[in-house]
Write a protein that binds this ligand. Structure first.
Ligand code: ATP
Length: 318
């Protein structure tokens, strides 16, 4: 592998016939994510123990509620995959990307990647007072490129971003679409094997969409894989080869982008029209049609295992 970080160990024996299928880039096994958040819900207040109630009253704090953002998600991404992730607000899409990127640690389950995934979020940190060009330099260096590689790549990044002369202006003057385009171009410049994109393409215009799709295609051809989170099932259908439909932290379907996007769109349309009975039956059908992914991977040794990517419970050992 070209690069490997201490956060992302090599995938050991995958138990999968590597000759017959493209190489596995990312494996997510039975990942559960829970968040603790303050809640003003009377049910959460009632569920407190006496000790918690006294403590919260003394400290002036609200009771805590547990949000289960992911409930046993498993998937395998292979070289050449462009995987769109669709689902309603709060279904766990961004959480899944953060977990694959290694920015969060699951409560249970684990993630392994062949090389360090690069997460491109629309909120990726950049320096607002510096020009687009200076942010390209910083962003590329932060992704591990050498100054020589940055110098070679910079014109290409400017071209892919398509922001023209604005590249010399401070980033704080950019529209959200311009900033998103620049971030996409920077993230793609390091030619990561695993690129994770959160909604970025939705903000670009038609010309940018074409350029970014071209760049995604190049990454896939170079044995990489791309994950794209989008609310727009149409974007996923047009840009991706495969799609995963998440609902309430679970995988409903994982299959060809067209099939999954069509089913998701029809379900969401019925839901929006308050056709709840039909929507419920469409969801049931989709779950029944979906195939459960079981990732059979031996855990890496604890010495080079990424702490963030391995849950605290149910760690399987060889
Ligand atoms: N830091 C956090 N603390 C508490 N709850 C969180 C946190 N981050 C996410 N959640 C909750 O986890 C669930 C999944 O959130 P996530 O952002 O992954 O959904 P999403 O599908 O990306 O939503 P959207 O389409 O609105 O961006 C939601 O219920 C959300 O409120």
């Amino acid at each position: 592998m070209a690069r490997r970080s201490d956060r992302t160990p090599a995938i050991p024996d995958l138990g999968i016939e590597q000759d017959e299928a493209p190489q596995v880039q990312v494996a997510v096994s039975d990942v559960h994510v829970r968040y603790q958040t303050p809640s003003s819900d009377s049910a959460d207040r009632a569920a407190q123990t006496r000790g918690q109630r006294i403590r919260n009253r003394l400290l002036g704090q609200q009771p805590m509620a547990t949000v289960r953002a992911l409930k046993g998600v498993s998937l395998v991404a292979r070289a050449g995959d462009a995987i769109g992730i669709v689902g309603l607000n709060g279904s766990g899409k961004s959480t899944l990307l953060r977990i694959v990127a290694g920015l969060e640690r699951p409560a249970r389950g684990f993630v392994m990647a062949k090389s360090m995934p690069v997460l491109l979020g629309v909120n990726a940190a950049m320096v607002p007072d510096l020009s687009g060009r200076e942010n390209i330099r910083l962003g590329c260096l932060a992704m591990g490129m050498t100054p020589e590689q940055v110098a070679d790549a910079i014109e290409d990044v400017v071209e892919v971003s398509g922001i023209g002369k604005a590249v010399h202006h401070p980033m704080k003057t950019y529209s959200s679409g311009m900033a998103a385009r620049l971030k996409f171009a920077i993230a793609a410049a390091s030619k990561p094997e695993v690129l994770l994109i959160d909604e970025a393409l939705a903000t670009g215009d038609a010309a940018f969409k074409e350029r970014s799709e071209e760049r995604m295609q190049q990454l896939r051809e170079n044995a990489g894989c791309v994950f794209l989170v989008s609310h727009a099932a149409k974007t996923v259908e047009e840009t991706c080869s495969r799609a995963i439909w998440l609902h309430q932290g679970r995988v409903v379907m994982d299959g060809p982008a067209y099939d999954v996007a069509q089913k998701y769109r029809w379900w969401a349309w019925n839901l929006a029209k308050d056709e709840t009975t039909r929507a419920a039956s469409l969801l049931e059908d989709a779950i029944r049609e979906g195939v459960d992914t079981v990732v059979d991977i031996q855990q890496p040794g604890t010495t080079n295992a990424p702490r963030h990517a391995i849950g605290t419970r149910r760690m399987r050992r060889k």
